[in-house]
Design a protein around this ligand. Structure first.
Ligand SMILES: Cc1ncc(COP(=O)(O)O)c(C=O)c1O
Length: 382
């Protein structure tokens, strides 16, 4: 099953939306991709403008300047780091470099874990997240899965539900990985949206976990999905296996310039993002719950919700799409149902427009008017 706009399996496809709903691709208010609503830091746009003339040169195939900055920030030597054309390329390089025969996933999870694994010839096995755990899997179930697979993907926070596993669970899984010989790939594409004190990550002590690779994306937090940039961290043997499979120059020169500027952009952009996202996530959650949605309490810059009956992801996508607003259907995620959708957390104005449009679409205005009318003339509203 696919949603109305997820013909390539993902949100953010404004071209498909324009073909389906009419209008210009650029005019949609897009809640289907989870990108920092502040846009790229000012320093990044300036660096790109100043760096435009460098397109006549080949980019550094060793990504050395960016790696040095990442190495400083992460407290890891450069041989622990590989830079990729988005976190998606890092996933592909892990699969190509390590060639697992059996891959494990937790469902619901990011669809590329299983799609890429199959693309590269691996068998995919999964465990199920439980609704009562906000769609996390039982750690014991993940450990059992590890006994059957060579490599396991885990989202932290997980997409589409936005929840983290506690640090102790990650440590336990990393230890289990040493026993079973499984590579544990932890996808932290969205972890920058969680305040540092609340992040549950093995990254600060990665050298204690030889079977763990951590992937991060720079496209979401720094709002450069069109440029593509991400990185992976792990012990040097694993990183070398990945980079040996990388197409030379796959990370383009402007992406490298942008990445360096992102890492130099300072704390105020990070702080502003965290404050905005946590405030707006609470506001959107309260609004959606007020409209009868069943919201999963996540910590990332997106919200998973089950729509109130009789709405389905498809009927809501159509109703909002016709009004210029895109949301992500989650009906195709294993374990989720036809009422599940995901909303990105955007800025106050965009979120306000979403809530107002939802209110009209769900028909709450009419209900309120009826109720008010009912109260004034004393008639009961059934
Ligand atoms: C959980 C998760 N990981 C990785 C990616 C890919 O990120 P990138 O744009 O850096 O390739 C996505 C993109 O949506 C994602 O949702």
């Amino acid at each position: 099953m696919t949603g109305l706009i997820e013909v390539f399996g993902h949100g953010g496809d404004v071209e498909t939306a324009a073909a389906r709903f009419g209008g210009n691709a650029a005019d949609f208010l897009d809640f289907s991709a989870n990108i920092n609503p502040l846009g790229p830091p000012r320093e990044v746009l300036e660096a790109l403008e100043q760096g435009l003339h460098t397109v006549l040169r080949y980019p550094d195939p060793g990504h050395r300047a960016l790696k040095m900055l990442l190495s400083d920030r992460l407290g890891l030597t450069p041989d622990y780091i590989s830079v990729g054309n988005g976190a998606a390329e890092s996933m592909a390089l892990i699969l190509l470099g390590l060639a697992p025969r059996r891959v494990g996933t937790v469902e619901p999870g990011f669809s590329e874990y299983s799609a890429l694994s199959r693309q590269f010839g691996a068998e995919v096995h999964h465990v199920r997240g439980r609704e009562e755990l906000d769609w996390r899997a039982e750690p014991k179930d993940i450990e059992n899965l590890m006994e059957r697979v060579d490599l396991l993907f885990l989202g932290q926070p997980n997409n589409p539900n936005g929840v983290q596993y506690p640090l102790e669970v990650l440590q336990q899984l990393a230890r289990k990985a040493e026993i079973t010989g499984t590579i544990l790939v932890i996808d932290e594409a969205f972890i920058d949206f969680i305040p540092e004190s609340q992040r549950q990550s093995l990254a600060p002590r990665l050298n204690e976990y030889p079977q763990v690779i951590i992937i991060r994306s720079m496209t979401k937090f720094y709002a450069i999905p069109g440029l593509r940039l991400g990185y992976a961290m792990g012990r040097p043997e694993l990183i070398t296996a990945m980079t040996e499979k990388q197409v030379t120059w796959s990370v383009n020169g402007l992406a490298l310039i942008a990445g360096e500027a992102c890492l130099r952009s300072g704390e105020s952009f990070e702080q502003e993002t965290l404050t905005l996202v946590s405030h707006e996530r609470e506001r959107l959650t309260a609004g959606l719950e007020g409209y009868g949605c069943n919201v999963t309490r996540g910590e990332a810059n997106f919200i998973l919700a089950a729509l109130p009956e009789p709405w389905t992801a498809t009927s809501m996508q159509a109703a909002l799409g016709e009004r210029g607003i895109l949301i992500r259907s989650c009906a195709m995620y294993p374990r989720l149902g036809e009422r599940h959708v995901r909303f990105a957390v955007k800025d106050a104005e965009a979120n306000g427009r979403l809530l107002e449009t939802l209110r009209n679409v769900i028909g709450l205005d009419e209900i309120t008017e009826l109720e008010e009318g009912g109260k004034s003339d004393g008639t009961a509203i059934l």
